[in-house]
Design a protein around this ligand. Structure first.
Ligand code: SAH
Length: 365
């Protein structure tokens, strides 16, 4: 739908039109954000859902060229949070009306790791009498592992494709079996087959990335029919190989503007999905996440990682809130979200409407 003042026609949007929209600034950008706001209000309302983020381990077997906790970064002190620490963070989420938690970690595929995640998921269900939503973000795993975690009670999964153009993906990852693009793509399909609400996403403003790439990322999300998207700006980390190319990066302002336009275009393109306001936005702008909510996002992930570990989960530099505890985080976020005119939906899981619709369509076929 598009009237004369609306920059984007969602039904027929081409890569070319999306690329044009992504480059809008000034009044044109304002109109795009307005259109996204209207689409959001009609499709998902003005509620923002909180997901308490628990970064439970930074031990990682992968060597992604952009990531601060990559295996080869020997400057990182590695940690694994205890069950008690993880469960007490989840208890905080429950007590404070966060409807869901996200368990995120470095990527491991060992039996010990798989068993541990499984047991934690079960314990979170017990602790919350099944009321907390449980999202996992633990990388590429075998289908049997995804099935097991799903059976135990996890029902959403975040796995960013990072860059949907294969050749760009391989400029960001080693070209080997451990980082295969095809495996990541297949994992997204498996997650869908295993009945998760599936989330993916990309980094925005990467070296070697063009606006056409970003436009195609948006079309990729639509083609994959995903239920959730989390995407945010790429932020430098000096102890990573990609930092060699930092001179070629768009400015932080440009990465932010692109991120807001990406969110707005995505909201118009797939109105009923959940879109997260990525934490990385806040690394470049103190109110970056709130601006993302104004541009069309409806999920925020307040950090519940035990304080002592936060400094060691530095995917990128300037990671916010490393010296704030969970309750400080909550207070500061609440007032900032209200400032955008949106309401925080306390105590609600906020499952993806897109997922609910596709399940209903499946059943009625
Ligand atoms: N290991 C898990 C999740 C942990 S990383 C997985 O791969 O799925 C979570 C996300 O942080 C990644 O998907 C990536 O998109 C983002 N990230 C990592 N390094 C980053 C950087 N330098 N700038 C911005 N985002 C980054």
């Amino acid at each position: 739908m598009r009237d004369m003042d609306s920059p984007l026609n969602s039904a027929s949007a081409t890569a070319q039109e999306l690329a044009t929209c992504l480059q809008l600034r000034g009044d044109g950008q304002k109109m795009l954000l307005e259109q996204a706001k209207d689409v959001k209000a009609a499709a998902v309302g003005d509620k923002v859902y909180f997901r308490g983020l628990v970064e439970f381990s930074n031990v990682c077997a992968r060597d992604c060229l952009y990531c601060g906790i990559r295996k080869s970064n020997s400057a990182v002190e590695r940690y694994v949070a205890t069950d008690e620490e993880i469960l007490s963070a989840c208890q905080f989420a429950l007590d404070n009306g966060y409807g869901s938690v996200v368990l995120q970690s470095g990527e491991l595929t060992s039996r010990v790791f798989v068993d541990r995640v499984d047991s934690i998921v079960r314990r979170i269900r017990e602790l919350s009498a099944d009321s907390l939503g449980i999202t996992l973000s633990c990388g590429v795993q075998e289908a049997a592992v995804y099935r097991r975690w799903r059976d135990s009670g996890a029902h959403r999964y975040l796995l960013r494709i990072e860059a949907s153009r294969r050749s760009l993906y391989y400029r960001l990852h080693p070209n080997d079996a451990d980082h295969a693009y095809g495996a990541r793509l297949e994992a997204l399909r498996t997650l869908r087959a295993e009945d998760y609400q599936v989330g993916t996403g990309v980094m925005i403003g990467l070296p070697f990335q063009t606006v056409e790439d970003l436009a195609n990322d948006l079309l990729f999300f639509r083609e994959m029919d995903v239920d959730m998207v989390g995407m945010g700006p790429y932020v430098e980390h000096t102890q990573t190989p990609l930092h060699e190319h930092h001179a070629e990066l768009p400015s932080p302002e440009e990465r932010l503007a692109l991120s807001f336009n990406m969110i707005a275009c995505l909201r118009i393109l797939i109105p009923d999905i959940n879109i997260a306001a990525a934490t990385a936005l806040q690394a470049l702008d103190p109110i970056g996440r709130e601006k993302a909510v104004s541009a069309g996002a409806n999920v925020i992930m307040p950090n519940l990682t035990p304080c002592e570990y936060r400094k060691d989960y530095k995917l990128y530099e300037n990671k916010p809130c490393v010296d704030e505890d969970a309750s400080q985080c909550r207070n500061c976020l609440e007032s900032r979200v209200q400032f955008t005119g949106n309401q925080i939906a306390l105590g609600q899981r906020g499952d993806s409407l897109h997922y609910q619709r596709r399940k209903t369509m499946c059943r009625s076929e």
